[in-house]
Write a protein that binds this ligand. Sequence first.
Ligand SMILES: *[C@@H]1O[C@H](CO)[C@@H](O)[C@H](O)[C@H]1NC(C)=O
Ligand SMILES: *[C@@H]1O[C@H](CO)[C@@H](O)[C@H](O)[C@H]1NC(C)=O
Ligand SMILES: *[C@@H]1O[C@H](CO)[C@@H](O)[C@H](O)[C@H]1NC(C)=O
Ligand SMILES: *[C@@H]1O[C@H](CO)[C@@H](O)[C@H](O)[C@H]1NC(C)=O
Ligand SMILES: *[C@@H]1O[C@H](CO)[C@@H](O)[C@H](O)[C@H]1NC(C)=O
Ligand SMILES: *[C@@H]1O[C@H](CO)[C@@H](O)[C@H](O)[C@H]1NC(C)=O
Ligand SMILES: *[C@@H]1O[C@H](CO)[C@@H](O)[C@H](O)[C@H]1NC(C)=O
Length: 178
Amino acid sequence: MSSSVAVNHRLIFCSILALIFFFITRTVTATDHIVGANKGWNPGINYTLWANNQTFYVNDFISFRYQKTQYNVFMVNQSGYDNCTTEGALGNWSSGKDFILLNKTKSYYFICGNGQCFNGMKVSILVHPLASPPTAAIAANDSSKDSSAAPMFLQKGFLSFKALVVAVVPIWLGMGWI
Ligand SMILES: *[C@@H]1O[C@H](CO)[C@@H](O)[C@H](O)[C@H]1NC(C)=O
Ligand SMILES: *[C@@H]1O[C@H](CO)[C@@H](O)[C@H](O)[C@H]1NC(C)=O
Ligand SMILES: *[C@@H]1O[C@H](CO)[C@@H](O)[C@H](O)[C@H]1NC(C)=O
Ligand SMILES: *[C@@H]1O[C@H](CO)[C@@H](O)[C@H](O)[C@H]1NC(C)=O
Ligand SMILES: *[C@@H]1O[C@H](CO)[C@@H](O)[C@H](O)[C@H]1NC(C)=O
Ligand SMILES: *[C@@H]1O[C@H](CO)[C@@H](O)[C@H](O)[C@H]1NC(C)=O
Ligand SMILES: *[C@@H]1O[C@H](CO)[C@@H](O)[C@H](O)[C@H]1NC(C)=O
């Protein structure tokens, strides 16, 4: 077998592997919605515009990136959101890089708890059920939002598939299969 043919086979094999990998990861990834995209969680940003540009599904993540010495995140109900109050908050975070699992189909309300809520540091989102829409439609929507949403590899299915690839590929290579 000439070396150029071998290279060709390797290319085809890698393309197929990449394709399989793409489809498997598509089906088992959750989206991480980074609040404010590259602007993060800061005063003076209209997060309604950001939220309107996203579609949230159950088991997606919302994440807040900010200076932890200056800001924080409180999960509140609608009154808390409307009035910028944290009384009876449902949760609070202050690590500066907080990932929050959206595991219910409902409206979520987040505000900053140090007064900056009045300067726009508030965001409300509606989480949709996973209605198993066609994969192509999700992919199309996802790809149009790459600047503000990054995929996260989370589920065990993905990890075990990766383990399988790691385990099997060297065997194929070793057998001179490609
Ligand atoms: C943010 O944008 C929305 C949609 O255009 C608008 O309705 C809302 O008044 C804006 N909020 C602020 C605080 O400017
Ligand atoms: C807060 O906002 C709600 C509307 O969501 C309103 O009914 C309520 O009177 C406001 N004030 C307080 C102190 O909750
Ligand atoms: C929000 O929580 C506050 C404090 O727990 C409560 O007084 C208020 O009735 C709640 N509002 C809504 C709309 O659930
Ligand atoms: C923040 O959440 C913790 C529990 O996670 C709670 O003990 C604490 O009282 C909360 N802080 C405020 C200011 O609500
Ligand atoms: C969602 O997550 C919270 C905290 O992680 C947990 O207490 C709650 O039971 C979960 N709800 C569902 C429907 O899984
Ligand atoms: C794609 O996004 C559009 C608007 O941004 C929305 O109407 C539609 O339901 C979304 N489709 C899917 C499958 O997420
Ligand atoms: C909405 O998404 C589009 C496409 O990714 C992007 O160009 C635009 O800047 C976004 N708008 C906001 C307000 O985030």
